[in-house]
Design a protein around this ligand. Structure first.
Ligand SMILES: [Zn+2]
Length: 107
């Protein structure tokens, strides 16, 4: 399943290729679209599992940049990321060790 992402939502799922930076940009557009439509989706990519939710009314901050989260929250374990940080970091990288290196950088 390497290079293939699965977006799961209530009532179905979608497989999307995620090999190139362009693929990942398209994938993230699908993620935005399906999260907006279904409220919560799960994203499996490179054997990592993300949950993407619509932001709650209560203001919360991104774990990485500490800015207030915009309309979508990207959950990775207990960490919540804004769309910008998710794109800049782990979701963009194509290599197996992205999570480790990303979170080490995030300190
Ligand atoms: Zn952020």
């Amino acid at each position: 399943m390497r290079g293939i992402a699965r977006i799961s939502f209530r009532g179905g799922s979608l497989l999307v290729t995620a090999r190139t930076p362009y693929d990942r940009e398209v994938l993230l557009e699908h993620v935005d679209q399906y999260s907006s439509r279904h409220g919560t989706i799960e994203l499996e990519l490179d054997r990592q599992r993300w949950r993407v939710t619509l932001a709650s009314a209560e203001a919360q901050a991104c774990t990485e940049c500490h800015h207030q989260l915009d309309n979508l929250t990207y959950w990775f374990g207990d960490n919540r990321l804004c769309g910008r940080c998710a794109r800049r970091g782990p979701l963009r990288a194509g290599d197996r060790d992205w999570a480790r290196s990303f979170w080490k950088q995030a300190g």
